[in-house]
Design a protein around this ligand. Sequence first.
Ligand SMILES: Cc1cc2c(cc1C)[n+](S(=O)(=O)[O-])c1c(=O)[nH]c(=O)nc-1n2C[C@H](O)[C@H](O)[C@H](O)COP(=O)(O)O
Length: 495
Amino acid sequence: MHAKLTGQDVAKHNNKDSCWVIVHGKAYDVTEFLPEHPGGSKIILKYAGKDATEEFDPIHPPDTLDKYLDKSKHLGPVDMSTVEAEVKAEDPEEAARQERIANMPILEQCYNLLDFEAVAKHVMKRTAWAYYSSGADDEITMRENHSAFHKIWFRPRILIDVEHVDTSTTMLGDKCSIPFYVTATALGKLGNPEGEVVLTRAAHKHDVIQMIPTLASCSFDEIVDAKKGDQIQWLQLYVNKNRDVTRRIVEHAEKRGCKGLFITVDAPQLGRREKDMRSKFEDVGTSVQKVENDNVDRSQGAARAISSFIDPSLSWKDIAYFQSITKMPIVLKGVQRVEDVILAVEHGCAGVVLSNHGGRQLDTAPSGIEVLAEVMPELRKRGMENKIEIYIDGGIRRATDIIKALCLGAKGVGIGRPFLYAMSAYGEAGVNRAMQLLKDEFVMNMRLIGANKVEDLNPSMVDTRGLFTHTVSTASDTLSSSAYDVLCAPSFKEK
Ligand SMILES: Cc1cc2c(cc1C)[n+](S(=O)(=O)[O-])c1c(=O)[nH]c(=O)nc-1n2C[C@H](O)[C@H](O)[C@H](O)COP(=O)(O)O
């Protein structure tokens, strides 16, 4: 049995020639790993000879070191009573944030998804808010995603008996209670120390499907272990340059019961998210997947630090490869024009997500709902509408947004930031409330449009004539800047 190392033993190895760090009470020699770290060596050297647990956790799944650091570099347990606690200078920003948390609205004062954004903006750590709220470049597409829904007007039916409303549907052949799912968003522990398993528990409670992100903070197995009964989960895949790594991930996901493989196709390189970059992301970058030694400029924020493994050479010729390594239905996530939907049908894909990655990739790409309105008539013209399931995501904040998407032919919609904000501000109770609010809105609006069940929703119920006009509003920060009156209270007044 190893004698325990002391804090002094570790502290001696505090430079690039000999670099030891402590994570969860164990010491690791990361000297040789420094040049390989996707987040660059600087961020590790910041914790050389010290306890790096607090910074390591939000970014790295717990099994990262076991998976990617050779066992010979695992130095064994450290007597933590001998490790000098890091004396952190009083951070005025953190003190102010704690003050805002102490005065934040109670959960019951959140009445819609945007309220969670309003609160999260004030109570989240700056780097976490920057990462979640960032869109690409001027964030025009991020704003367009939600405002596009305001260009669609309903044509409600009356005198329909809507006493009973059934919101259930199927997605990829699996039943679910309502046509929205939790989409894949990276780094859940930036907003909540438990990370993505919070979303798993809430998704189970509301019988909502969860898409597990490749770049989750929790390990894939933690997220799958957190599911209950026959809860449905999908895998979102960033394809690795190293196809063996990707094949292992896909095969493992299928073995663990994932019911859909969503290959992200709109991110051959992650977009330029300047809020994220400005926060000079100092946390360690994830080493979720091994990469060659390409140094990443730390100043690029979290996104660039965690995505150097993504393969920009991915192309249509790879679809057959994926169909050869899994039986899971394959859905392309991030399709943005009708020609590519038709190619997806011709390549035998089970579905597409019409998405611009929440406006985090190509700025001034069209909203998912606008592409949907372009796609469905073309598919019907070709008799293809039943050959593929069409999903959309981006800017969905109201049940009316979901209903408009279904009227235009979507099978379901993905929701990202609102559940992240709810989780970050109020934990699992927040996500539960967000999902319940959306469900209540959905039932009410189905009644008001004159529909009993999802299948009743059709294009005659919406007027999309205004949808294709692109007026770009002057840059306003986020949709929620004035959504929540309570934020005008003194404690929330912008300093
Ligand atoms: C908000 C957010 C979105 C991310 C996301 C992280 C955050 C914080 N990340 S990212 O770091 O690489 O950009 C992913 C991701 O891991 N994989 C992915 O396919 N989409 C990713 N997306 C896009 C997401 O799946 C949806 O397309 C988008 O969130 C939908 O828009 P709303 O947030 O407005 O609902």
